[in-house]
Design a protein around this ligand. Structure first.
Ligand SMILES: *[C@@H]1O[C@H](CO)[C@@H](O)[C@H](O)[C@H]1NC(C)=O
Ligand SMILES: *[C@@H]1O[C@H](CO)[C@@H](O)[C@H](O)[C@H]1NC(C)=O
Ligand SMILES: *[C@@H]1O[C@H](CO)[C@@H](O)[C@H](O)[C@H]1NC(C)=O
Ligand SMILES: *[C@@H]1O[C@H](CO)[C@@H](O)[C@H](O)[C@H]1NC(C)=O
Ligand SMILES: *[C@@H]1O[C@H](CO)[C@@H](O)[C@H](O)[C@H]1NC(C)=O
Length: 554
């Protein structure tokens, strides 16, 4: 019955082109965009590679939003494979229907289109979008997102009178993304990347122009596959002001670490002799050191190239995990500055809230069914192609299991599971990294407070070391090798939310899970708590499969 309702509603809505009633209307400003997703060829390091472009561009167009804007992005998939985009760091309140991951959306089939509709809210800052299926993100398909404050709310720093630049930095593989995927399917690990790019460009191709005396805001995101990167501008200090939608205590850094999936903003004053400078992005920690180099040129300067060797730097002092963890701990939230609303960021006293439950996540690698997998608490997530969110909505059994925590298992297993979480739970998530490489984790739907980090194993005693006052509030966090990171999250956003590794290889091999945040009642949620589903094509592409599954279980 539910399914018939869906099909009828879908046909009616898609024919009439009716949009989501709960978001359309009111005085909100609407932004309408058409994005065509296509293959293109780029050779940033001299080797041609098939990439994914948006409207012919890589990086794709800037998604420039202001608090309360409702955006309608019509994504037209001209690839020969299914495709989805996800909005890394946007909270999509009550609206996991538009999160664009395999667990919430049917993929947009080749040759078809689907319109994402969502509203930007209190997350004022710097983010990016990227593809979420297969290893598409290793082929590009990404672009910058800015969420601006409304004019009536001040930003806690002087207006950057020179302007703003979006810088997407990343490690890069010359290898085709489908070949990378075949390699993983064949049980082999990815080789080290071939280089580092700035805005999709190779050495000395990315160039910013500064006017002497002005200040610039650089919005930097690491959109890469797996490599932590350090960002700096020769001869200039970086004033960190924002990370993933929260204002930081403003502090100068010579170089800033940006781990996979993370975003931040810095202010840079053009206060140096007017010439050309290196903008350097270097790989941290693992493997051979790789560099991406661009140029910052002062307007009117006759210098063709920056002087000095960008690669000769304080390598010995900057490339250690301890130095990186110290830097991470020095980044704190500014409690007095307002974000999207007049009340200050610090008015939510997270340190005084009792923790409802703790999820301890231990990562590992195992052979399961003869294949190398990445696990969390011995479970590798199995993507079945049927969105958990839809199966949940139509109460189709057998697609996934809802569990209150990880099963007690010693034998590594494959499982499609969602962790049941209650609406307004205040949860502590501890990521314990037992492996010798750095991990990054990201949660959709809610940002978390990065309360603590430490070496070795986590224990209850570690809580005495937490920052319970001004920890950063963000959505992607790094976990150093043989260490733990503890975050606190207030789950006040109903929906099916993806918790994933930002390392594409690890995620592809199973390191992700979903949090099902609900009020626990069995009825379809109240639209005040969760928006109703907006059925249409893509959604329909899953229906046949759901029907078969439903028939099999009733
Ligand atoms: C982004 O939007 C803001 C607010 O509407 C506008 O002032 C700004 O010029 C836009 N920036 C770009 C690069 O489009
Ligand atoms: C697909 O694109 C067409 C043309 O732009 C548009 O009218 C239609 O609403 C889109 N369909 C969906 C499901 O978004
Ligand atoms: C914090 O924000 C306030 C209010 O906007 C601002 O005046 C102050 O300079 C900021 N402090 C730091 C350390 O960034
Ligand atoms: C990092 O710091 C920890 C604890 O302070 C120490 O045990 C460890 O030896 C340090 N590691 C390096 C490589 O300096
Ligand atoms: C937190 O827990 C303590 C001890 O159980 C209790 O006394 C206190 O009232 C709780 N605080 C809140 C805000 O619920």
């Amino acid at each position: 019955m539910d399914l018939r309702r869906l099909v009828v509603a879908a046909v009616v809505l898609s024919e009439a082109g009716i949009l989501h009633p709960a978001i359309v209307g009111g005085e909100d400003h609407h932004v309408f965009l058409d994005w065509e997703v296509s293959y293109a060829v780029r050779s940033p390091l001299g080797v041609a590679k098939r990439v994914i472009a948006i409207n012919g561009r890589l990086p794709g167009p800037l998604l420039n939003l202001t608090t309360n804007d409702v955006v309608h992005v019509n994504v037209v998939n001209t690839l020969d494979e299914p495709f989805l985009l996800t909005w890394n760091g946007l909270q999509l309140r009550r609206n996991s229907w538009n999160d664009g991951v395999a667990g919430t959306n049917c993929p947009i089939p080749p040759g078809e289109n689907w319109t994402y509709v969502f509203q930007a809210k209190d997350e004022v800052g710097t983010f990016f979008y990227r593809p979420s299926l297969a290893l598409h993100a290793a082929a590009g398909g990404h672009g910058p997102i800015r969420v601006n404050n409304r004019p009536v709310i001040d930003v806690p720093f002087p207006h950057p009178d020179g302007g703003e630049f979006d810088l997407l930095i990343q490690d890069w593989y010359n290898m085709d993304a489908t070949q990378m995927q075949e390699r993983l399917d064949g049980g082999r690990a990815l080789p080290p990347p071939d280089g580092v790019l700035i805005n999709g460009l190779g050495p000395y191709e990315a160039e910013l122009t500064f006017e002497a005396g002005r200040t610039y805001r650089l919005r930097v995101s690491n959109v890469g596959t797996r490599t932590s990167l350090a960002f700096r501008v020769q001869g200039h200090k970086l004033l960190l002001v924002e990370a993933e939608g929260a204002y930081t205590q403003q502090k100068h850094y010579a170089s800033l670490d940006v781990h996979p999936g993370q975003s931040l903003s810095v202010l840079v004053a053009a206060d140096q002799p007017p010439k050309a400078y290196h903008m350097v992005v270097s790989s941290l920690f693992a493997g051979p050191e790789l560099y991406g180099v661009g140029t910052v040129r002062y307007a009117g300067s006759s210098d063709q190239m920056p002087s000095g060797n960008p690669l000769l730097d304080d390598r010995s002092s900057h490339n250690t995990y301890n130095r990186s963890m110290e830097q991470a701990k020095s980044i704190r939230m500014n409690l007095t500055s307002g974000a999207a609303r007049p009340n200050p960021q610090g008015s939510f006293h997270y340190g005084q809230i009792n923790i409802t439950r703790t999820l301890l996540l231990r990562n590992d690698e195992s052979e399961i069914g003869g294949r190398r997998r990445c696990t969390v608490n011995s479970v590798a997530f199995a993507n079945t192609g049927t969105p958990l969110k839809l199966a949940d909505y139509f109460r189709v059994a057998g697609v996934f299991t809802v569990v209150s925590g990880w099963p007690e298992t010693r034998n590594p297993t494959l499982s499609t599971m969602a962790i049941d979480a209650s609406y307004k739970d205040f949860v502590q998530i501890v990521f314990e990294n037992r492996l010798p490489s750095l991990q990054t984790w990201h949660l959709d739907g809610s940002s978390f407070f990065v309360a603590g980090m430490g070496w070795g194993k986590w224990s209850q005693d570690a809580r005495s070391t937490y920052n319970m006052v001004d920890a950063m509030y963000r959505s992607t966090v790094q976990v150093y090798p043989k260490s733990w990171t503890a975050v606190l999250v207030y789950l006040d956003n109903e929906g099916m939310w993806n918790l994933r590794s930002q390392d594409l290889e690890r995620r592809y091999l199973g390191q992700e899970v979903y949090l099902r945040v609900s009020q626990g009642n069995s009825e379809v949620p109240d639209p005040r708590d969760e928006m109703p589903m907006r059925p249409c094509l893509p959604m329909l592409s899953c229906v046949e499969k759901l029907k078969v599954l439903k028939a099999g279980t009733s």
